[in-house]
Ligand binder design. Structure first.
Ligand code: F3S
Length: 656
């Protein structure tokens, strides 16, 4: 049967283990007497190899021979161990993995601040014991989500406390996500630090993907290694999986019926062992050149060495609120902050990428001591897309982008990750518009010039706005008709009218067209900035002039009078002026009527002001309306009962 063997790219030493073994080997090479506190890694081959070179493990500090340096392994130790070494003046080399050391710092700081720290992990594992040993207060360990649930039920008082959660570096990500979700629901004062090691995470996800495609898996690693155990669990869930520590443990029957076999290895498995395993499988006549495969794997490992400025392919491992964690295939954990993901500060990492995405990134900084590297996506995007900007420079091509910043002298527009500076004079249609109004707006612009070397570009929004305005104007003059209704903004006022912007074309509303009432000046009715509904009264397409009307027929007071106040209607009116022949009274806005002096009273009135005053409200009867001459006559007398005639006659002197 033709068989295929696939080796996981991430198989073998992780950054922390490589570093710790490297420290021990350096002591061996230099011939400096040294011992390790416990086995340097969970791999007997490595431990035995070091023993042969004089570096052997001790269990207690008391066993450290005089003059020997104690190497602290990558799992880390409790603070008390370091303190004891210092107190006893025993020289030591700290090979604690920087990712574990970070957890030590978090636990120390948060417990000192009064938090209860919950560690998700195995309490019997040396790494977790070391983490607990850095706590300065209350600390708990839960092995899984179920134990976290139980803890919150048994200790209800924890819900009201400040809680910090961290995890063992090799904790299962799926289990961690369940814990994280649950903790967010239960604990209100919660700080979560995702401290799962990216290497462990990469190994797990790669093992998961590989074991889904294979008929069988071989996991190589120390039986005591927790990350190897995690790999075995992950693979065994998908296909038949064997866990071996040595090549001699391989049995040909293990893959008898397998066409595709996957091989992965824990973080403490050296390449030498993986090579032997592959050779053994080769001797067992699995077709494929394993030597070649391994050489290829070494070459790949070599090529994973990256420098600042390199471009690398990365896989998204974790998406957080402020950054993403990526695997770049090397032993470094890659971080891309949200600022380096996109030029747009309002965009969140989850809007741009998801776990499993393959993306190209630029290396900003490699920190070999910490095993981390910082990378940028926006720089790659900008480089790629700057070419399009260069091509558009000086042409009529219109680009689109978002205004992300108002800076001194203009705004910054981002298009496909490239920043383009638009000077204030080119940012808006008119010079007096505030630039702040453009922030977060999508805009169209042209590229005026570029500096290819410095990757700088200058653009103009105004050029596009002017063109759009011209096009709108042409369409307006072609289609405008008398009677058309528009909504427009009052642009300016003069003594004779208001100019209204109809969207690129200005029309004038004459003061007499603003209101049915008598108006001294346009400003009494409208203000600059008001939005009016106007209609076209007259248009001269040749001269490009347009007169607008604003007042509406239904608001015409003479129409209201006709409809609501026929002759003989009794109503209240307010005296507005007095003359020798009578008084004028206002009935409704725009309608004043005359109360002739003879219609004020049954009695003789010498002067209207003898009985009436301006502002006084009186009852009147409408006695006549002349719609042509716009005249209304009122009578007060008609509403007053006339004195009885007989009495008048009785009182009158009788002529003999
Ligand atoms: Fe460190 Fe991760 Fe290895 S925590 S020791 S790099 S598995």
């Amino acid at each position: 049967m033709k068989r295929e063997i696939i080796v996981a790219k991430s198989a073998g030493f992780c950054f922390g283990v490589k570093r710790a073994v490297g420290i021990a080997e350096e002591y061996a090479e230099k011939g400096i007497p040294a011992v390790t506190l416990g086995e340097i890694i969970h791999n007997p081959t490595v431990v035995d190899g070091l023993k042969e070179r004089g570096i052997y493990p001790v269990e207690e500090i008391s066993e450290v021979p005089e003059g020997c340096t104690l190497i602290l392994r990558s799992h880390g130790v409790p603070l008390s161990v370091v303190e004891e070494l210092e107190q006893k003046c025993i020289p030591y080399a700290d090979a604690t993995c920087p990712f574990v050391a970070r957890i030590h710092r978090i636990v120390a700081e948060r417990t000192a601040a009064g938090d209860t720290v919950i560690i998700t992990g195995n309490p019997d594992h040396a790494e977790v014991k070391g983490i607990i040993g850095h706590a300065k207060g209350d600390v708990r360990v839960v092995r899984n989500f179920k134990e976290l649930e139980k803890l919150s039920i048994n200790e209800k008082n924890l819900c009201a406390k400040c809680i910090t959660i961290v995890s063992q570096t090799t904790f299962l990500r799926a289990e961690w996500e369940k814990c994280e979700k649950f903790a967010k629901k239960v604990y209100t004062n919660l700080l979560i630090f995702d401290t799962i090691c990216n290497d462990a995470c990469t190994k797990q996800s790669e093992a998961d993907a590989l074991s889904r495609r294979c008929d069988g898996m071989v996991v190589v690693g120390g039986k005591k290694s927790s990350n190897t155990a995690r790999l075995w669990e992950t693979c065994a869930a998908n296909c038949p999986t064997v866990l071996i520590e040595y090549p001699s443990e391989l049995k040909p029957n293990d893959w008898k019926n397998c066409e595709v076999i996957g091989v992965t290895a824990g973080a403490s498995t050296p390449y030498g062992i993986i090579k032997e395993v592959l050779q053994t499988m080769s001797e067992n006549r699995v077709e494929n050149s394993f030597e070649e495969m391994l050489e290829q794997s070494f070459r790949e490992e070599e090529s994973k060495y990256v420098r600042n400025g390199d471009k690398v392919q990365a896989t998204v491992m974790v998406v957080k609120d402020t950054e993403i964690v990526v695997s770049v295939g090397s032993k470094h954990t890659g971080f891309v902050s949200s600022e380096e993901l996109s030029e747009d500060p309002s965009v969140k990492p989850a809007d741009l990428v998801k776990v499993g995405d393959e993306i190209t990134l630029k290396v900003l900084h490699v920190n070999d001591a910490d095993g981390t590297m910082t990378l940028s996506k926006k720089k790659v995007d900008a480089e790629k897309n700057f070419q399009a900007i260069e091509e558009a420079a000086g042409t009529d091509k219109i680009l689109e982008g978002t205004v992300v910043e108002v800076v001194r002298g203009g705004v910054i527009v981002v298009t496909d990750g490239v920043r383009v500076f638009v000077p204030a004079s080119q940012a808006t249609a008119s010079r007096n518009e505030a630039l702040e109004g453009l922030l977060k707006q999508n805009v169209k612009f042209r590229v005026l010039e570029v500096n290819a070397q410095r990757k700088r570009a200058i653009g103009s929004i105004r050029s596009v706005l002017a063109e759009e305005r011209k096009a709108r104007q042409a369409a307006f003059w072609e289609n405008v008709e008398v009677g058309q209704v528009f909504k427009g903004r009052v642009k300016s006022l003069t003594s004779y009218g208001a100019f209204v912007d109809l969207g690129g074309v200005d029309g004038m509303v004459h003061v007499s067209e603003l209101s049915w009432l008598r108006v001294a000046k346009p400003a009494d009715v409208v203000s600059v900035g008001d939005v009016l509904e106007v209609f076209v009264k007259d248009v001269d397409k040749e001269a490009k002039k347009i007169s607008l009307g604003y007042k509406k027929e239904e608001d015409n007071p003479w129409e209201i009078l006709k409809r609501d106040y026929p002759v003989d209607t009794v109503a209240k009116a307010k005296i507005v002026s007095l003359t020798a022949f009578g008084a004028f009274a206002n009935l409704i806005p725009g309608i004043d009527g005359l109360i002739h002096i003879s219609q004020i009273s049954h009695e003789r009135v010498a002067k209207p002001e003898d009985v009436l005053s301006v502002g006084q409200e009186v009852d009147v009867k409408i006695t006549d309306i002349d719609f042509d001459k716009h005249r209304v006559s009122f009578s007060m007398k008609a509403l007053i009962e006339a004195p009885a005639k007989e009495e008048a006659e009785e009182e009158a002197p009788v002529e003999e």
